[in-house]
Design a protein around this ligand. Structure first.
Ligand code: NAD
Ligand code: UD1
Length: 346
């Protein structure tokens, strides 16, 4: 019998890619998603990619009795990957209570139910946002760099969630956990059957680039060219979403094979390479041969000047490494955008 893994938020962007990788590695996946930021047909597309249909429950992780019944229905779930969360930074400033409720109650429910249902461990989606702007000596950023006060309610939920997991484990709960701090996930599956589907006007850079290249948006605004960086634009560590998904499989293996050195482990998931906004736009144009209309505008409030990962711990301890080049990743993002056009979605 295959080992059962619960993936909350499994029809979302990173979740859907992770479900495919888990299936490719012999796991049986149960997706729980309330479809607040994704659609049920992602389940069909996952099946097209992997050849296996995951179980799917339309359910809100904040619904404690619904989650309890789900764990009972799918007896024997061994681990959880908890992606389900609201993730729009700007919206979280407008609707803080919605963010605190959704992102915190959902995690509390899962942690509460895990021991009762014999679930060994949890992999949690955290973010490099917990580091804020690291000082120059702390770049590239390692897991031991100091955390900084969050810039938004969204960022704060990630910090609070990390603390909730640590406190729960410290209290003697039998579970273990791996907290993955993602840098900037971009791109789509090479099949172009799953990818990121932003709601309305994209806030993130790569969907805005691909929509501008497609002619859906007139022009990309580059937020600032007066930062203290070589070309003046901000620097980030852009990581391929399939590479990121694969790290979750390694984390699950590690929990199930009891290879953890500590009951709460933290890993940065990035490439180790910082790229500026202008470099990313230029690379996209070179790879696709399509021009991206852009203009420089003022800085975006709350933006961090530069952050990129030191992924040595993930490379050495997990044995995981980001493999895809930026060129391959941007090509996959463009193929996904073209597929959305073909389907008349965007
Ligand atoms: P996404 O919005 O595409 O996926 C999240 C999924 O969770 C969606 O399908 C949504 O419908 C679902 N969901 C939300 N609240 C739920 C609830 N209460 N119950 C059940 N389902 C619920 O987002 P994503 O980009 O795939 O992000 C996944 C996780 O990774 C999130 O926790 C996010 O904060 C974190 N993260 C994302 C990024 C990024 O750049 N995408 C960076 C760092 C961390
Ligand atoms: C943001 C969040 C981060 C969250 C992540 C995923 C902030 C400060 N950080 O990361 O917490 O985990 O999204 O949702 O909001 N840019 C442009 N023009 C655009 C869009 C972006 O120039 O139209 C620039 C930004 O200024 C930034 C870079 O592109 O320098 C990347 O931006 P984005 O994709 O939004 O990600 P982050 O801001 O790094």
């Amino acid at each position: 019998m295959k080992t059962r893994i619960l993936v909350t938020g499994g029809t979302g962007y990173i979740g859907s890619h992770t479900v495919v990788e888990l299936q490719n590695n012999g796991y049986e996946v149960i997706i729980v998603d309330n479809l607040s930021n994704s659609s049920a047909n992602v389940v069909d597309n996952i099946e097209k990619v992997s050849g296996i249909r995951p179980h799917f429950e339309k359910l809100d992780c904040c619904d404690l009795s619904g989650m309890d019944a789900m764990f009972t229905k799918y007896k024997g779930i061994k681990a959880v990957i908890h992606f389900a969360a609201s993730k729009a930074v700007g919206e979280s400033v407008q609707k803080p209570l919605m963010y605190y409720r959704n992102n915190i109650v959902s995690l509390i429910n899962i942690l509460d139910l895990m021991p009762k249902h014999g679930v060994d461990g949890i992999v949690f989606s955290s973010s490099c946002t917990v580091y804020g702007q690291p000082s120059k000596e702390n770049l590239p950023v390692t897991e031991s760099a100091p955390l900084q006060p969050a810039e938004s309610p969204y960022g704060n939920t990630k910090q609070i969630n990390e603390e909730i997991i640590q406190d729960t484990v410290k209290s003697g709960s039998p579970i273990t956990s791996i907290l993955l701090r993602y840098f900037n996930p971009i791109g789509a599956h090479p099949s172009a059957l799953i990818g990121e589907l932003p709601n309305g006007v994209p806030m993130n850079l790569v969907p805005f680039i691909t929509q501008t290249a497609m002619g859906i948006r007139k022009e990309l605004s580059i937020f600032g060219d007066d930062y203290n960086t070589p070309d003046g634009s901000c620097i980030r560590d852009y990581i391929n979403v399939v590479d990121l998904a694969k790290a979750h499989v390694v984390a699950i293996d590690r929990i199930l094979k009891q290879k953890q050195l500590e009951k709460v482990e933290f890993f940065n998931l990035g490439t180790g390479k910082g790229l500026s906004v202008l470099e990313l736009v230029k690379t996209f144009e070179e790879v696709t041969g399509v021009k991206v209309n852009h203009k420089i505008v003022g800085r975006r409030a709350g933006d961090i000047e530069q952050v990129w990962a030191n992924p040595d711990k993930a490379n050495n301890v997990l044995g995981w490494k980001a493999e895809c080049t930026t060129e391959e990743t941007l090509e996959s993002a463009w193929n996904w955008q073209k597929k959305l056009r073909e389907l008349g979605i965007q």
